[in-house]
Design a protein around this ligand. Structure first.
Ligand code: GCO
Ligand code: MG
Length: 402
């Protein structure tokens, strides 16, 4: 019987940090899993190397569900982003191996394609309204049918979601940068710039906006109401979802669709949001929510309540995680949209292959497994470099939600 011969945890930083799990079987089949958790990369690397890798050796790589249960229930300390990212990496690597052994792309193992391609949204941003409008024009030229629009807020230094230079990368400093925040300025400005976007470009594309947990429920309700005639595809993370109940208040006031999930990692973090129909899109990622096995379960629950998927796909999920997401997206009946932020140039020196983009859609391709490779020699030339997300402070100096 083919068993797991070894597992290696690899950390590389081609412009930003990525953690990758490589599982090798006794038959020499290699599976890749993404274990990247922005700003906590080494915690997941240690969890895997110190606590998971020793458990894998000698086990049957074909028993994906059993391995998932073993690593979730069997460890006593379940859930949480570190654990769920580590479990996800093992899960992804085992799906990759199963596909390579079967000679089939993972989406075929999951039930086959339900659609021709995976609708994606990408980011456009600007330091002011004219530069946002220019960026949207450029993004539209690349064929994107769905665009997330963010602009710096006047008087608020370093607003999230806005590029500094050619590329937006929120984890930007060896110690967290401190940025400022004013809810009043944001609530006044954001509906106005979103209205200018619709005025200039019309309604024949999906317009998304990320609030990044910055509002209280009643502020989010006001925001949602004020942009209703702009027909946003969604407002993302209007308020922190630690208290799932609080979304009832937003729902009572606005029909602007809501997307939540990028900082959440298990079905228990979203089950109330889904079963009470408090959200329209569930945005957990394969990488942070226990892999294909667990995210598929979350999407299946969501389907019963007409909640669609909208998976998180920023640059801090590696191309392996993005490939795994694309396979799942192609199959599930309640697919909504997939984030496709793209990567800075050096990343494709390490990660080879993966989904292809054309005309607003991604496709995972038909190579066996996840269809992506990792160049270990190139990766070794990019050592880990600590990079943290900023911290947000209100104008009075107190800490705000990021
Ligand atoms: C998104 C996210 C990112 C996060 C980043 C943090 O919607 O893509 O909000 O921009 O800030 O993934 O790790
Ligand atoms: Mg977001």
């Amino acid at each position: 019987m083919d068993t797991i011969a070894r597992a290696d945890v690899l950390v590389t930083s081609p412009s930003r940090n990525f953690v990758t799990l490589k599982i090798t079987t006794t038959d020499g089949v290699v599976g890749w899993g993404d274990a990247t958790l922005n700003g906590r990369e080494l915690a997941v690397a240690s969890y895997l190397a110190d606590h998971v890798v020793p458990l894998l050796i000698g086990r049957d790589p074909s028993r994906i569900e059993d391995m998932w249960q073993y690593l979730f229930k069997g460890v006593y300390w379940r859930k949480g982003p570190i654990t769920m990212t580590a479990v996800a990496a093992v899960d992804m690597a085992l799906w990759d191996i199963k596909g390579k052994v079967a000679g089939l792309p993972v989406y075929q193992l999951l039930g086959g394609a339900s659609r021709e391609g995976v609708l994606v949204y990408t980011h456009a941003s600007g330091s002011d309204i004219p530069s946002l409008l220019d960026d949207i024009a450029q993004v539209k030229e690349h064929g994107y049918r769905a665009i997330r629009a963010q602009t710096a807020v006047p008087g608020v230094a370093g607003t999230y979601g806005v590029k500094h230079g050619a590329y937006y990368e929120p984890a930007n400093a060896a110690l967290p940068e401190e940025q400022s925040w004013s809810t009043e300025a944001y609530l006044d400005f954001a509906p106005r710039y979103l209205a200018e976007v619709r005025e200039k470009f019309g309604f024949d594309f999906h317009l998304l906006h990320d609030i990044h947990h910055r509002l209280t429920p009643i502020e989010a309700a006001r925001f949602g109401k004020s942009v209703e005639d702009l027909h946003l595809f969604w407002m993302e993370d209007p308020t922190p979802a630690d208290n799932q109940e609080s979304f009832h208040l937003i729902r009572q006031h606005t029909t602007t669709p809501i997307a939540v999930g990028e900082v959440l990692s298990s079905i228990w973090d979203v089950h109330h949001l889904i079963t009470e129909q408090l959200i329209d899109y569930v945005r957990l990622s394969v990488t942070h929510a226990g892999g294909i096995t667990h995210l598929r379960r979350i999407f299946a629950l969501a389907e019963l309540y007409q909640v669609r998927s909208g998976s998180h796909g920023p640059s801090d999920i590696s191309p392996i995680g993005q490939a795994a997401a694309t396979h799942l997206d192609l199959v599930i009946p309640n697919f909504g949209i997939q984030e496709h932020m793209g990567y800075p140039g050096l990343v494709d020196e390490v990660f080879k292959g993966g989904p292809t983009y054309a005309d607003g859609y991604l496709h995972p391709g038909d190579a066996p497994g996840l269809g992506i490779d990792y160049d270990e020699t190139a990766a070794a030339t990019f050592p880990y470099s600590p990079k943290y997300l900023p911290v947000a402070r209100r104008l009075d100096g107190s800490v705000h939600d990021w």
